[in-house]
Structure formats: structure tokens, C-alpha cells
Design a protein around this ligand. Sequence first.
Ligand SMILES: [Zn+2]
Ligand SMILES: [Zn+2]
Length: 258
Amino acid sequence: MSAPDLFDTHAHLHFPDFADDLDAVLERARKAGVRRMVSVGTNVETSRQAIGLAVREPDVWATAGVHPHDAAEADEEDLTEIERLASVESVVAIGEIGLDFFRDLSPRDAQARVFRRLLGVARGAGKPVVVHCRDAHDEVLAILAEERVQDVGGIMHCFSGDVDAARRCLDLGLHLSLAGPVTYKNARALPEVARFTPADRLVVETDCPYLPPEGHRGRRNEPALIAITAACVAALRGEPLERFAARATENAVRLLGL
Ligand SMILES: [Zn+2]
Ligand SMILES: [Zn+2]
């Protein structure tokens, strides 16, 4: 059987964690069947770095955004710069943006202000969003609805909610992305979410260097390991890996306009 056609829709390849051996990391990803990767920005500086990488590597694309952790630091100049970066050709989405009430590294009103502003930027650019949400599903969903996310679509990255939260995201037209935690013994509602989500709305990601799948925990994650998460989700859905991977890739390619 041929290698699965995998798409890592959320990686941070431009982070210093990969500075010493990025070429080897990309080589291992390609060997594992990962034909496309998105390197996700978290502030102005890392968005620029992601774009630099996307310009260099033919199978890497970028996003531009301000992570909720970085929201307090983002001034008007930064948000204007993200707006400018949003129109760069290799930028396929605006993100990651959202709310994180788990770690609360920025004040909640600053998180909400930046989130709303960059949802507006996404609408202006006509590009989808990559949404980060931790312990804030009600608030994130309310803002996404008010800011008409349906106009551009997007991905709830590293989805961590239950089936009810999944249903509400799907009702807003969003795609759900499953990451390493679906493979954990304590995966909570995620196996159920993997089975519940319609085939045309599901994608997968590593969120590397974070969240390595089972068997690799405590170490640096990398795009090649998306194969483990994809195999786990395919098994949960009772589908052959090749078919699941092909469809997840097709979903991401369509949403991101590659
Ligand atoms: Zn995130
Ligand atoms: Zn991330």
C-alpha cells in the first residue's frame, strides 16, 4: 500500500526548538508522507519567521496572528502589521488567535480585544482563521458568531472540547483539528469527537514542538509524528488510514485554498 498523504495543519517549525536540525525534521516528515505543513505564527515576530520559512520550503505555508498569550503585548502597530502580513501570498490563514482562560497569560479583556480585531482582519483579507481555545468554549463561540466567522471559515485547532462543543463549532461552519491528545489514555471526550465529526470537517495537526502523541510524550514533537495521530483517528472512525488521511488533506487544502 502507498504511503498516506498527510497534512500537518498546525506546526511551529520556525520556533527555536527546531533551529539546530530543521532540515532533518522536514526530511523525516516527507519520508513519513507529510506533503504539506502550515507553520503557525503567534505574534508579529514569529509570523514573520513562519513566512520566511514558507517562502523557502515548497511544502510549507504560513499563518499570521497573535496568540492569546501574546495579546497583552500587542499594540496597535503590531495589529496593523499583522493586517499587512495577512495579504502575503504564502499566508493561508489568520492565527493563531483566540482565548486561553486555562493559563490566562494575558488579561482576558486584552485577549478578547485582539481576537475580535484579528477576526476582522481575516474577514478583510478573505482568509480563514486558526482558533486557539482553552477553557473558554462559550466565550470563543460567542465572539466567533458575533464576528461572523462563517464568512471566512476556520479551524478549531487542537480541539479539546466535548461533543456538544464540537457540534456548536460545526454549526458555525468550522473545521475541527485533532492533535496528539486524542492518542492519550486520558483522551476524555476526544475519541467520541473523532467519531462524531463529519468526514468533510475533520483535519489533523501536531502543534509541534508541543503535544507529542502517545509513545513520544515528554519529548519534542515533530511533523513526522502526525502519522501516529492520523492512524489513531482513522482507527477510531473505523476507516483505513489512507482513506482518512486523503480526506483530511483534501479538507485542509480546500479550506486553506492551496
Ligand atoms: Zn494553540
Ligand atoms: Zn500552536
